[in-house]
Design a protein around this ligand. Structure first.
Ligand SMILES: C[S@@+](CC[C@H](N)C(=O)[O-])C[C@H]1O[C@@H](n2cnc3c(N)ncnc32)[C@H](O)[C@@H]1O
Length: 428
């Protein structure tokens, strides 16, 4: 396919997503199934166009006077793919699959006065979200939000149970993998622009052999901040598909025990294959409440990687940014408080309760921790900032922190997805 056909396809995917209220991944997959002739390069380019368009939906819509699919896709070519109108015209000339170029709209958008663009539009977030971001980041909230509207890199974590980072980096050097700036076992392939493709690293023999996992650097860092030590008893209470479980087991060098539990069996299901491939021998998986009741008061560390709005992952899931509602945020907050209150029972006296979210909203983060402290005076909030310096030194990029206790990672500060980490110690 030439660029014209790809543009037309991206417009159709956005329209389909909108009219049938479907996730972007489903609309893209459906388009692929209905257009079997399209090669992987075409699918990738169409996906890039659609995801980039969603990342800056509000600001592009503002420039074009509407958030319709035509405006968003041509706006993406101009703003994010760096093409001029003349270049677009040249690329689409004599392409019978190309849509008509909205020349007048593009010219008007290029001349639009942006001086009065509302902050939430510049930030590319829903209007109701701006208060939450301002609460979290003060005057810097727009810059923080803008960094969440950029393309993310591909991050991987080396599985130290099977390989050393140097060795895996060598294997992936052709793909452009470099050591991460913060995570000690991290590797990164940076995002490039336009129709560029991320390599399919899971097809690499090194992945099949379990030498590395695909995991955002922020997720690796918060797993590291748990500070699990070999020989300890650790409970991953919201284990999901096991991203943190695998990282914890590797940090502990297969010594001690990691117990992995999730209230949702379906989410837990992939963990078994992943554990096998990674060569972990110290993980017990629990899919039923009855299996964990007797574990009260027995853990050195309990990790609550809580269900949340996922606002820290909007670079990777830009459609979720526009679908999130205040009601959903309120529901997540109630769940988080209830899970913390239950999970604390598993911590032994002197042990630690680690709270993680992939959200950047204070109401899901600091506010939850301070409210938990008010409800339970047998827990003390410790300084995660000190653990940070011990693990990553003082030269690495620093997270956002208001009090040196709780830390918030963001694309702008740490170059990672947005994550929150806090640790409390059980006193008695
Ligand atoms: C952020 S995800 C976990 C991601 C996972 N730890 C990882 O690193 O890949 C949150 C998980 O919490 C689980 N969850 C929701 N409510 C729960 C509850 N009441 N008890 C335990 N887990 C719960 C969800 O099923 C979901 O898998």
């Amino acid at each position: 396919m030439r660029l014209g056909g790809r543009i037309q396809a991206a417009i159709e995917v956005l329209q389909d997503m909108e009219s049938r209220n479907r996730p972007v991944s489903v609309a893209l997959k459906d388009w692929g199934n209905n257009h079997r002739f399209a090669g992987s390069g075409d699918r990738n380019a169409i996906g890039n166009l659609v995801y980039d368009a969603l990342r800056k939906r509000a600001s592009t819509g503002y420039m074009f006077g509407g958030e319709d699919a035509e405006a968003l896709i041509f706006g993406t070519l101009l703003r994010q793919w760096g093409m001029s109108l003349a270049q677009i015209q040249e690329a689409l000339a004599d392409d019978k699959f190309a849509p008509e170029i909205p020349v007048a709209r593009i010219e008007a958008a290029s001349q639009k006065d942006l001086a009065f663009m509302p902050s939430e539009v510049e930030a590319d977030v829903p209007a109701w979200v701006s208060d939450h971001l301002e609460e979290a980041f003060g005057d810097e909230w727009v810059e923080e939000a803008k960094a969440l509207a950029e393309r993310p890199p591909l991050d991987m974590r080396v599985n130290t149970l099977k390989a050393e980072r140097e060795k895996v980096l060598k294997q992936l050097s052709k793909q452009g993998a470099k050591p991460s700036k913060i995570a000690r076992q991290g590797m990164r392939i940076s995002a490039k622009g336009g129709a560029s493709r991320m390599p399919n690293v899971t097809a690499e023999p090194a992945f099949q052999k379990g030498w590395f996992e695909v995991q955002d650097e922020g997720s690796q860092i918060v797993a590291d901040l748990v500070f699990a030590q070999g020989g300890e008893q650790v409970f991953d209470y919201c284990a999901g598909a096991g991203g943190k479980t695998l990282a914890l087991a590797a940090t502990m060098d297969n010594k001690g025990q990691v117990h992995a539990y999730d209230a949702d069996k379906q989410r837990l299901a992939p963990i078994f294959d992943r554990l096998k491939r990674a060569g972990t021998r110290n993980v017990q998986v629990h899919a039923a409440d009855a299996e964990i009741d007797h574990l009260h008061g027995s853990f050195d560390r309990v990790v609550v990687d809580a269900p949340c709005t996922g606002s820290g992952t909007w670079r990777r899931h830009p459609d979720a940014k526009w679908k999130l509602t205040e009601d959903q945020l309120e529901s997540r907050k109630l769940e988080q408080a209830a899970i913390l209150d239950t999970a604390r029972n598993f911590v032994k006296p002197g042990g630690y309760l680690c709270y993680i979210t992939c959200s950047i909203f204070q109401d899901e983060n600091e506010d939850q921790i301070y409210a938990f402290g008010d409800r339970h005076d047998d827990f003390d909030l410790l300084g995660a900032g000190e653990v940070w310096e011990e693990l990553f030194g003082t030269d690495a990029p620093k997270p956002w922190t208001t009090d040196f206790n709780c830390v918030t990672l963001t694309p702008r500060t740490t170059g990672t997805d947005g994550f929150f980490f806090a640790v409390l110690q059980r006193l008695k």
